[in-house]
Design a protein around this ligand. Structure first.
Ligand SMILES: O=C(O)CCCC[C@@H]1SC[C@@H]2NC(=O)N[C@@H]21
Length: 248
């Protein structure tokens, strides 16, 4: 697997957060750039949570300058999730046990092995930037405080599969997979990405719970719509949910 053409790479020993570093770099960005850090001191997760990032796990951010409208740009969370899935398949040589949890976690044997934090860096000098931060538990499952009922536990690639991959090796697989899915997205739109994502979806057709801003919706996970919303069939009809935490 070789490094994809047109993508730059910066490797840091230590940084607060690769997404924060992406925000600092945005102004001088020449082209899509992966930022890899061996250690993060203030890694962040979705919804303002901290992300525990032991050394040996992957901590990387792809910084890019997309040209589409914000609603289309946001669909790159599915592009990234699909690429992560493919990279994990390449690393382990297996598809069994690897699934995607809406909106953009990757599960291994039902545990969370990877998470994605998409941050729009807003418009600077008339140009918008996007940071796609990716954390993968390659070596260690991060210790976490008590999980909410129904939340998935963290799992590490190494203990679950016996496969040892360094962050550098894994990023090479991920960058190549991302470049491929990005080309599919840019040339053919969200439809094939959505279709591929649904084929790998965890709990499709099952009853799940979506919680957002104090609201809980329980329903059958029907699909993800063309805008990336979670679609649940509930007693009160079909709910299209743009953002939430999902519990099984
Ligand atoms: O909450 C989640 O599931 C998303 C976690 C994303 C963590 C990654 S690690 C690399 C990048 N830098 C950060 O500060 N966060 C993301």
């Amino acid at each position: 697997m070789s490094w994809p053409e047109g993508y730059d790479l910066r490797v840091l020993d230590e940084v607060d957060s690769t997404n924060a570093e992406a925000a600092r770099l945005a102004i001088s960005l020449a082209g899509p750039t992966w930022i890899l850090a061996r250690r993060q001191t203030a890694a962040r997760g979705r919804r303002g949570r901290a992300w525990i990032n032991p050394e040996g796990n992957l901590a990387a951010t792809l910084l890019m300058r997309p040209t589409e409208t914000p609603d289309i740009v946001a669909l790159r969370s599915f592009v990234a999730a699909l690429a992560l899935h493919e990279a994990l398949v390449m690393a382990t040589g297996r598809t069994a046990g690897l699934t995607l949890k809406w909106p953009n976690d990757v599960l291994l044997n039902g545990g969370k092995v990877a998470g994605i934090l998409l941050e729009s860096l807003g418009v600077r000098q008339g140009v918008q930037h996007l940071a796609i931060g990716i954390g993968v538990n390659l070596l260690h499952p991060p210790e976490c405080a008590a999980l909410e009922p129904g939340a998935v536990s963290p799992v590490a690639l190494m203990s679950a599969t016996g496969v040892a991959v360094t962050p550098e090796e894994f990023l090479t697989l991920l960058a190549a997979a991302y470049a491929k899915v990005e080309t599919l997205f840019v040339t053919q739109g969200f439809a094939p990405v959505r279709q591929a994502w649904l084929l790998r979806a965890a709990r499709l057709g099952e009853t799940i719970t979506a919680r957002a801003g104090g609201t809980e919706t329980v329903g059958t996970f029907e699909t993800v719509d063309a805008a990336g919303n979670l679609v649940l069939a509930t007693g009160a009809g079909r709910a299209h949910i743009p953002a939430a935490d999902v519990f099984f």
